[in-house]
Design a protein. Structure first.
Length: 465
């Protein structure tokens, strides 16, 4: 089997299996043992492990339910039956107590499967009847098990690297996501993040910027919801498991041909008699080719105009409507929803000059959060390319660079802004080559104050338009 790559990290495989509604056995060869995860309809049904201490009898000893002597007697008396069945038959546990302990053990098996490196994996598709006995009475709670284990697993670095290795991944959530998962222990921050997910394609880093979650918390939430069916991957390559390789075809046996089986070669044919060429004494012949027919110039095929289905709103109008909605959210001080509306607007129309206002406003809003500085610069750079003769994006980039302590970058942006518009407001005593302008030292132009006034001015200008 091929070695596991980063994109085949176990949380991604579990999300892919659930999304495909897969059934079969996933065998994980890890550095401390082999674990087997059994799936049906995309849900976990059972787990087994040969790692030390991950058998039910050993688990009950650690929990003080059995001692070694009782376990040996139980195993000897119950040959051919499960330990879980025997402890109930002996009256050591009720069915409910056994199932609770077994659920705890399987959670530990899944936790260790997530935290230990995967050396090799094998996927055996098909019904579980041949791999998992049909008389197993235990019913695994897939949703609760996945939620609890994913929240406690120490896999922060692996999760972040997995999502960074797949920047094209986009997920879609059902409209009633929060309602369908309301039985799980959601804290207010996670519940709020789930309200921002919907039918629009959403990337993991977009969720981070919208909700204010830490990068690893957003990655953990996306991986968990994917495995629970709360998110579906609609863009990007879906992680697929390698199929079992078919056995090689047997080599054909060599055919032995005996000399007596060969037919004798026929005698060679007689050579054809040579024919002497007749001499030609007439005028020399001149080969005249007819002229090529004139070729008419190829007519340029007419370019079809874009077809808009009846009742379908043009993309530019949808983008403009989202921009207006973002301004409405800002009036209500709903900044996160405004940012989300702006990001949706530029996804629809982010290359035309009409998207300048959306890029500029998005850059202003990202300036307010120090964690979004890079994304703010990116938005302002796009705005400056759309309207290269407008100074405002350069002023905002200069203020951000000053706040970060990049004085040379700030001076370059202010210089460019003044070249475009000498009347633009920049610190009055900055100068090229000066270590740090006095106005910047005194902080006379507060980034937050100017950001607020700039937003108010921009919103007022757009309303007048």
């Amino acid at each position: 089997m091929p070695e596991v790559r980063l994109r085949h990290f176990l949380p991604a495989l579990m999300g892919s299996l659930h999304q495909q509604g897969a059934g079969g056995e996933l065998v994980l060869e890890q550095n401390d043992g082999t674990r087997r995860l059994y799936w049906a309809g995309g849900d976990l049904k059972y787990l087994r492990s040969d790692a030390v201490g991950e058998q039910f009898g050993n688990f009950l000893i650690r929990r003080g339910v059995l001692d070694m002597a009782a376990l040996n007697e139980l195993l000897a008396d119950g040959e051919g039956s499960r330990v879980g069945d025997r402890v109930v038959q002996w009256g050591l546990m009720t069915v409910e107590e056994r199932d609770a302990r077994l659920h705890e053990l399987l959670g530990s098996v899944l936790l260790h499967a997530l935290e230990h490196p995967i050396l090799k994996l094998t996927w055996l598709p098909g019904p579980l009847d041949g791999n998992l006995s049909g008389d197993l009475q235990f019913r695994l709670d897939h949703r609760r098990l996945v939620w609890d284990v994913f929240q406690s697993a120490q896999i922060d670095r692996e999760l972040v690297e997995m999502f960074r290795s797949e920047p094209d991944w986009r997920w879609q959530a059902p409209p009633d996501l929060l309602l369908t998962l309301s039985d799980l222990p959601l804290n207010p921050k996670i519940a709020y993040a789930m309200t921002l997910m919907g039918t629009e394609p959403l990337a993991c880093d977009t969720l981070t910027s919208l909700t204010g979650l830490e990068t690893v918390d957003a990655a953990r939430l996306v991986a968990t919801l994917w495995t629970l069916g709360g998110l579906s991957l609609i863009k990007g390559d879906l992680p697929l498991l390698p199929k079992p390789e078919p056995p090689p075809a047997p080599e054909p046996e060599p055919i032995q041909i005996l000399a007596e089986d060969l037919e004798p070669f026929p005698p060679p044919l007689p050579a054809a008699p040579e024919v002497e060429a007749m001499p030609y004494h007439g005028e020399p012949l001149e080969l005249v080719m007819p002229p090529d027919p004139p070729v008419a110039p190829a007519a340029k095929a007419p370019q079809p105009e874009p077809v808009v289905e009846p009742g379908e709103e043009p993309v530019e109008d949808r983008a403009r409507r989202l921009f207006i909605k973002a301004k409405s959210y800002l009036m209500q001080e709903r900044t996160s929803e405004a940012i989300r509306a702006l990001e949706q607007s530029i996804k629809l129309d982010g290359d035309s000059i009409e998207s300048y206002d959306a890029w500029l406003l998005l850059g202003r809003l990202r300036l307010a959060n120090p964690a979004w500085s890079t994304r703010a610069i990116e938005a302002l750079q796009v705005a400056s390319r759309l309207k290269p003769k407008v100074a405002e994006p350069w002023v905002l980039m200069g203020e951000l660079y000053h706040r970060k302590g990049f004085i040379a970058n700030a001076q370059g942006c202010f210089r460019r802004a003044l070249e475009l518009d000498p009347s633009v407001a920049v610190p009055s005593d900055w100068a090229a080559g000066e270590e740090e302008p006095q106005a910047l030292k005194e902080g006379s132009a507060s980034i937050l104050g100017r950001l607020g006034s700039g937003l108010r001015a921009m919103l007022g200008r757009q309303d007048r338009e």
